[in-house]
Design a protein around this ligand. Structure first.
Ligand code: FES
Length: 102
């Protein structure tokens, strides 16, 4: 069963913004793409850079360390098939954003 944890208010992130949140001790990147919220692992599949601190353009985040790019809706690397980071379930209830990493 999914164990959702409140991580933010919808007011915390405008469309096009992102940040790092914590879910059960795990760091997760949270992204607002055109008003929809998405969550992927904060740990880049290259060398562990913080994806939640990356540059978001559309649904693609660019890792701040060496520029690998990931789709925040799927966790898939935007260039290299088969390279991905975990993506997580997100739900919004009222003004609260919840993420499950189960
Ligand atoms: S750690 Fe993300 S691109 Fe290198």
């Amino acid at each position: 069963m999914s164990n959702f944890v409140r991580v933010a208010s919808i007011l915390d992130l405008k469309p096009g913004e992102n940040k790092v949140v914590e879910v059960n001790g795990e760091q997760v990147g949270l992204f607002n793409v055109d008003g929809e919220f998405y969550a992927i692992s904060n740990t880049c599949a290259h060398r562990g850079g913080p994806l939640g601190e990356g540059y978001l353009e559309g649904d693609i985040v660019t890792c701040p360390w060496h520029g690998w790019r990931f789709n925040v809706k799927t966790g898939n690397n935007a260039i290299m098939p088969g390279v991905r980071v975990p993506s997580y379930q997100v739900k919004v209830e009222g003004s609260d954003v919840f993420v499950s990493i189960d």
